[in-house]
Design a protein around this ligand. Structure first.
Ligand SMILES: [Zn+2]
Length: 196
C-alpha cells in the first residue's frame, strides 16, 4: 500500500516539473535570493583569490576586463531569478511552460555554482590589497554568516569593510592595474616608433 503511494507521489510532480526537479528548483529559488549568504559569497568570491583559473574574459560586455567566473555565475543566477519574479512563487512558475524551463535553468545554475565554488567557512587573508587604515596587508575576508550579513572584510586594527566597499576597492585596484598595462603598452609603442 505504502509503496503504491510513494510511486504515485514520485511521478506526480508540480505543474510541468517532475518532483525531483521541483524540489531542486525550490531549493535553488531560496539560494538565489540576493541577500542569501551564498549569493553574497558568489558576488565577491572571485575577487578574493585573484587566481588565474577564476578569471575569465567576458568579451561580450567589457572587452579586456577580466571578470571572475564567480561574478558571472552570480549575474546569471540574478538574471534568471529576476525573470522568475513575473510569477508570485515557485508553484505558479512551475505551472507555466516558460516558468518551468526557467526553474530548471535556475536549479542547474545554482547547483553548478555551489559545486564549483563551495562557500568557505574560514576567513581568508587578502594578500593583494592593503588595509586603508593601518596600511598593512592584514585584511581578511570571510563569507557572510547569516542572511543580510554585510561586513565581510576585517582587519586586525579594527577596520571593517562592507561587501560594497570591498567591491569598489577591487574595481579601483583593477582599473589601476589596467591603466598601468595600457601605459606600458603605449610607452613600448612610442619607443619603437622613435627607434624606427
Ligand atoms: Zn588595518
Amino acid at each position: 500500500m505504502q509503496d503504491t503511494e510513494r510511486a504515485h507521489l514520485a511521478t506526480e510532480g508540480v505543474g510541468y516539473l517532475e518532483m525531483r526537479d521541483y524540489d531542486k528548483a525550490r531549493w535553488a529559488y531560496e539560494q538565489s535570493h540576493p541577500a542569501s549568504p551564498f549569493m553574497q559569497w558568489l558576488r565577491t568570491a572571485g575577487n578574493v583569490t585573484f587566481a588565474v583559473e577564476d578569471i575569465r574574459v567576458d568579451s561580450g560586455t567589457s572587452p579586456g576586463i577580466p571578470i571572475p567566473a564567480t561574478k558571472l555565475a552570480h549575474d546569471e543566477i540574478t538574471r534568471i531569478s529576476a525573470e522568475l519574479n513575473k510569477w508570485p512563487g515557485v508553484d505558479e512558475a512551475a505551472h507555466d511552460k516558460f516558468g518551468a524551463s526557467l526553474l530548471l535553468d535556475l536549479g542547474r545554475e545554482v547547483g553548478t555554482a555551489m559545486a564549483r565554488w563551495p562557500m568557505e567557512d574560514k576567513p581568508r587573508r587578502i594578500r593583494e590589497l592593503m588595509c586603508g587604515e593601518c596600511e598593512q596587508f592584514t585584511l581578511t575576508v570571510r563569507p557572510p554568516r547569516f542572511e543580510g550579513d554585510h561586513s565581510i572584510v576585517t582587519c586586525t586594527c579594527g577596520y571593517r569593510m562592507t561587501m560594497e566597499e570591498f567591491e569598489q576597492l577591487v574595481d579601483m585596484f583593477k582599473k589601476e592595474d589596467d591603466d598601468r598595462k595600457r601605459k606600458t603598452l603605449a610607452d613600448a609603442r612610442r619607443s619603437r616608433r622613435k627607434s624606427a
